[in-house]
Design a protein around this ligand. Structure first.
Ligand code: ADP
Ligand code: MG
Length: 703
């Protein structure tokens, strides 16, 4: 039975009656349908409700779809050339609708010529005081079996090409009908275990697939959708949870002791008392690294929550156990800041730190690599240059990845290979991860959270101002500066290489100079096109308080710490992602003063834009903002989601179905607890299903 079913669903779509090679190619290129099975899972995206018949008198909505029953008693072809059209009068007992066809005029003329009773369906529009309907669907009443009339007609996505080649709408629907004539209940294996079906009261798979294409009642349709969403999320979660379980089987190094370096740093050089959250995270990591299994942990904490010091203490722990460590950051600037900051903190300790990036000079790089391979360097900090194969450690025990969302899962895996056993991984992100992504993109990691910021932070007032208030905003910044504070002015940067952004920044710089004459104010400009030295000098000027204003592209998004800065002005704020805005805002509010984040936007901001600004003004929690961002932008645009396949869900919605996702995650965990490798007979179908999925590479990496 199993092989039989596999065969029919794997049949090339070409062999379906009415398809053939040419159409098959189109279906493949336009909709990704190559087999019967693909067509089966190409779900309708909406349904036409034909369970109700309206009367013309009661048509309310201009532009709404209605079904009407009535008579055509007159039709004619009018107009010439492009405006040539067929019009017909359609009446029921309550009123009249004019029907119009611009296409297939001659063919339709034959259909309506003799008049008679029709059932029509289409979009009614108000036109010159009449209702009219262009290109309605229509059927002669005597041909309609009203008792067996399908109440919902599925609508499938189509492309212009498909429409031109008669492969859209009714024509496509006919193919699906043909398909279902060939498929029986025996061909569709139930892939979910019976216990899950029962516990969650799910419709069986065959019925669900049938109902989603040809629903008989709304209730059954909803049940079918629910079942298929459940299946999709459940299978996805099984994959991710399995990956997590496999991590747990991965042997890892033991960091048995807390030694000299850790203790000495803690006692003598730690510049502040750790917060409770920081201590708790350290405890979790300490526990993880003692059991002989590789750690895969995500450290999540809002901007400024103090992740770096936690990372540093972990590195010391590794060093105390005779391991090397590395820390990878997404940008040159951030990597350098870590290098400097950590270097400063460890300057009186007997620990050797090195820096490596794509920009490192050849000679320097060679030296670093030699020392690294010899085990002389204990901490290597850098950009993704660290994952290159030429970077060889003597004994790498711990990798820290800062700002995870810019690195993919694959890059993480590269670091695993740098020692005989995979080193422990600590992934840190300042972008709080929405619940749904935490379950998908990062679902294989254990999560630690720093919830509370270190003490002494002042809340930041966030203000949205349209362009017309620019002068007032500048006046405000001037008062702040005249009171001894400093300000950031940030311009959007889409791509560091994009000339336009740079022009934009330069123009902005000139404009700022008009408000802040150089006779009185120092302005530092920082952007990605400068040499490292130039940028560092300018940045340093600002850090030391010599410059009053720092005009920058988003290079300052991560890193710099200037407690005296009290204003963050963001230009064209509508062009930034919310999480990015939140990160920028986190640059101020670090000192004793009240701080401000001003979002300057165009005067003609879109409603969505307005909503996004409103979110920033009202929300201070990075977590809530990330959720909102996801909602407003969609998961596809959030970095890192694509690798996980989270954005590829076909029927479930990563945002709307978050509760169902939680439910399926629990179910997946429970199932794997009882049968990790899906070897029980009741899990055979599920295992086969996973192994035959299109994205099976993901699964094979897992199993
Ligand atoms: P992020 O989590 O954004 O990487 P950082 O690690 O850069 O944050 O820390 C932000 C600032 O907070 C730094 O200046 C750091 O020295 C300071 N900091 C971190 N932990 C504490 C603490 N427990 N008490 C006081 N200040 C702290
Ligand atoms: Mg940081």
């Amino acid at each position: 039975m199993f092989t039989h079913s596999r065969n029919i669903l794997l049949t090339p779509i070409e062999y379906l009656k009415g398809v053939g090679p040419t159409k098959a190619e189109l279906l493949r290129s336009e909709l990704g349908i190559s087999t019967y099975g693909d067509m089966l899972t190409n779900f309708p995206f909406r349904y036409v409700d034909r369970s109700k018949i309206a009367s013309i008198q009661h048509i309310q909505e201009d532009g709404g779809y209605v079904q009407l029953l009535g008579k055509i008693n007159f039709s004619e072809i009018v107009g010439e050339g492009r405006s040539r059209r067929l019009v017909a009068n359609f009446k029921d007992t309550s009123g009249m609708v004019e029907l119009v066809w611009f296409q297939g005029v001659n063919m339709m003329e034959k259909v309506v010529h003799d008049g008679g009773d029709f059932l029509i369906y289409g979009k009614a529009s108000r036109f010159n005081g009449y209702w009219s309907m262009t290109h309605p669907e229509l059927e002669r009443l005597e041909k309609v079996d009203l008792d067996n009339f399908p109440p919902f007609i599925p609508v499938y996505s189509a492309t212009e090409k498909l429409r031109q080649r008669w492969l859209a709408g009714r024509n496509y629907l006919k193919l699906v009908q043909t398909l279902f004539l060939q498929i029986t209940e025996n061909d569709i294996i139930e892939n979910l275990p019976l216990s899950i079906i029962h516990t969650h009261r799910l419709m069986n798979r065959f019925l669900a697939l049938k109902c989603i294409h040809f629903p008989d009642t709304n209730l059954n349709l909803q049940n079918a959708i629910h079942r298929l969403k459940f299946e999709e999320l459940f299978v996805h979660q099984i994959g991710i949870c399995k990956l997590k379980l496999n991590h747990k089987k991965e042997q890892g190094f033991r960091f048995d002791k807390v030694g000299e370096n850790f203790n000495s740093f803690y006692k003598n050089y730690l510049p502040f008392e750790l917060t409770d959250d920081q201590k708790e995270v350290l405890r979790e990591i300490r526990k993880d690294t003692q059991v002989g299994i590789q750690m895969n942990r995500l450290l999540q904490g809002d901007v400024g929550s103090g992740k770096t010091i936690v990372a540093l203490l972990c590195m010391l722990l590794a060093i105390d156990n005779d391991f090397q460590t590395c820390m990878m950051a997404p940008t040159e600037i951030l990597a350098q800041q870590h290098f400097k900051g950590i270097g400063e903190l460890l300057k009186d300790m007997p620990i050797r730190i090195a820096f490596l990036s794509g920009k490192s000079k050849a000679k320097e790089k060679r030296e670093t690599l030699t020392l690294l391979a010899a085990g002389e360097i204990q901490i290597l900090i850098g950009t993704h240059a660290l994952i290159e194969d030429t970077v060889v450690f003597k004994n790498l025990g711990l990798c820290i990845i800062d700002e995870q969302h810019r690195f993919g899962v694959a890059q993480r895996a590269q670091l695993w290979k740098k020692n005989t056993l995979a080193p422990h991984m600590l992934v840190m992100t300042a972008t709080p991860i929405p619940r749904t992504l935490a379950m998908t993109s990062y679902g294989d990691l254990d999560v630690s959270v720093i919830k509370n910021l270190p003490p002494g932070r002042k809340p930041i007032s966030t203000i949205h101002r349209p362009e017309i208030h620019r002068a007032k905003v500048m006046d405000f910044i001037r008062t702040e500066i005249d009171q001894g504070r400093q300000a950031y002015i940030v311009y959007p940067l889409i791509d560091e290489s994009e000339k336009l952004d740079y022009e934009n920044l330069k123009a902005g710089f000139e404009q700022v100079k008009q408000y802040f004459p150089s006779s009185k104010y120092n302005i530092a400009m920082v952007h990605g096109k400068q040499t490292v030295v130039e940028r560092e000098t300018n940045m340093q000027n600002f850090v030391e308080g010599k410059a009053h204003i720092m005009v920058a592209t988003t290079v300052i998004e991560v890193g710099v710490n200037v407690p005296n800065a009290s204003v963050m002005l963001i230009e064209s704020a509508e062009r930034f992602g919310l999480s990015q805005l939140h990160q920028l805002r986190g640059r101020v509010g670090r000192g004793a003063d009240k701080s401000y984040c001003i979002l300057l936007t165009t005067d003609k901001i879109t409603p969505t834009g307005k909503m996004r600004m409103h979110t920033m003004v009202t929300e201070s929690s990075g977590f809530a903002i990330a959720e909102k961002d996801l909602e407003l932008r969609g998961p596809g645009e959030i970095d890192g989601t694509r690798q996980s396949g989270a954005a590829d869900l076909k029927i479930a919605d990563i945002i709307k179905d978050v509760e169902l996702m939680e439910l399926t995650r629990e179910a997946a965990i429970k199932l794997l607890q009882s049968d990790q490798d899906l070897l029980l007979p009741e899990h055979t179908a599920l295992r086969h299903f996973l192994l035959n999925r299109k994205d099976k590479e993901v699964w094979s990496k897992i199993s």
